[in-house]
Design a protein around this ligand. Sequence first.
Ligand SMILES: C[S@@+](CC[C@H](N)C(=O)[O-])C[C@H]1O[C@@H](n2cnc3c(N)ncnc32)[C@H](O)[C@@H]1O
Length: 592
Amino acid sequence: MEPSILKRKHSNLSENQNSDTLSQDPKDLKNETSAKSPKDSDQKQVCLQGLDTFSDEKKFLKFLKSNFPEDIKYEGIIKKKGKNFAFISFETLDDKTRFEQYLIANKVSSKNKKLTIKPAKNSAFHNFKKIHTIQHEIEQNTNRVFIPKQHEIDYELSISIQKKVCPLWETPYPEQIEGKKKALLSILKFINTNARKNLKNDENFPKWLKNDICCEIEDFIASENNEKNPIFYYRNKAELTIGKNYEGKLNVGFNRGNFNKGIMWIEEAKDCPIISKEAIEISMVLQEFIRKKLENPPAFDRFTHIGFWRNLIIRQSNITKEIMVSLVVCDKDIEKPALEVLKLELKELFLSMKFPQDFKIMGILMLFHNEVSDNVPYNCRTDVLYGVANYTEKILGKSFQISPDSFLQVNIPQCERLYSLIGKAANIDENTIFLDICSGIGTIGICLAEKAKQIIAIEVVESACQDSLKNAQNNKITNFTYHCAKVEDIIEEAIKPFVGQGKIVGVLDPPRAGLHGSVIKKLRTCKGLDKLIYVSCNPTAMVENLMGLCLPMNKNRKGPAFSPVKCYGVDLFPLTEHYECVMVLERLYDLE
Ligand SMILES: C[S@@+](CC[C@H](N)C(=O)[O-])C[C@H]1O[C@@H](n2cnc3c(N)ncnc32)[C@H](O)[C@@H]1O
């Protein structure tokens, strides 16, 4: 089989052609004179920050197209190489609003960096490059053939699927934990070095900044490494991609290679040590089925964006033994009758499977995703081929209905220990008003509700809020209320009736990329909220948020500062480098 030789769109225009004068910092643009009055146009424009500095306008346009819905229309963009920000002008205000909402709901990031939006006041409007001009430049040079270098292919081939998905799979478990403790310790050090850099000489150093680390690691909760709390095959969710391997064989499994170098193939899932055995079995059965169809219809090609089969997502509960199978497809090029036949065949295929330990399939779903982006959007069009569009999970004895797009921790035995730890760190009792900030389907609050006076959940995604209410009702939790809104818009209002009614403690479990500065500002100025438990699976992103919450008060940092007082680690992701960090923050006021 030939190495992947992919036709890539490429422009031979010089990177600097048509470049315009752009200041170093987006803030500086406030002072630039503009050809067009900002008043009529700046409402349709934003400054997007946190971008890859290597991208120019052509690459940035491709990024927009593959990460945001196709129907959002742009008028023009400014993105210079070397800058980590871009200006976007939308065709309508509605396009801009949908763009902002999509960014928040889907946590769009660039190279693992969270993207943030700022208003583009007085920006250099005359410098916007029209989208159709950029599009034309891209299309002018469509036929350049991108040939990956052999050594790049050899390198990618040399990495096993186990190593790619679970880099620590051969490391003894105690060593994995030691490595994670060290990583957490270096984050605690980094918090202090970073804080010192952020403080001006005349600012008072808070007590927590006087040492090398901001606080001690109180405990690091490792998996028990037994049948009930294993380090292998522990994931309750497998998200697999459908595509060809290096030899051109169709596989259902994991991405290998390097998309940016034009090397991309899919390795089958059977040797992956962390997804469940049931998920592996289902993936192998589907793989066999698609192979027998001789690519009719074909798998979705991420370079040409043509094809049908995209992803297989298997979610399951190892407690209730319920399984939900979702197939993500692109149906824009398939005839309706052929699709209907396929649906019946797939239903029969999965229902004919027999699983050990009474596992049963509760729902078989087909999710339609016709856009370029790999991220399956929330609430995408769904057909239920069999059963129902959810399954039941149990956490700390409480039942939760899990929908295809619900957020749920992937390792339930360790999740239970994480939630118990949150309760302990919050000192939760019958006098506690417990704020579940970024609550998703309400799992943390509901699991701790019986110990608290009141649970107040805040979550921006409507369907997740509805699920949280159902979950509270199903568990007969009566002290649970939710606000479906952005934290930054509602937190003061949500908390007001409870100030003076008890001890208010918040748990904050944000998306992987952390929270936008505006949310942090609101949390900091929120009166009555003196204790926060910050839970993060990405401690590096947490550091930036901690700067906003914990550095001393000044004209940009309003509200008394929180102090990091305790820190815990919980290993929810054995065999990988990831873990959850639990940081206890308290306002110490004059004790500081
Ligand atoms: C990592 S999930 C955590 C969910 C939940 N705490 C749990 O543990 O199951 C993060 C949640 O934050 C929500 N979110 C992100 N930004 C938000 C904002 N500004 N306001 C409200 N919710 C937000 C997302 O929709 C998502 O459901």
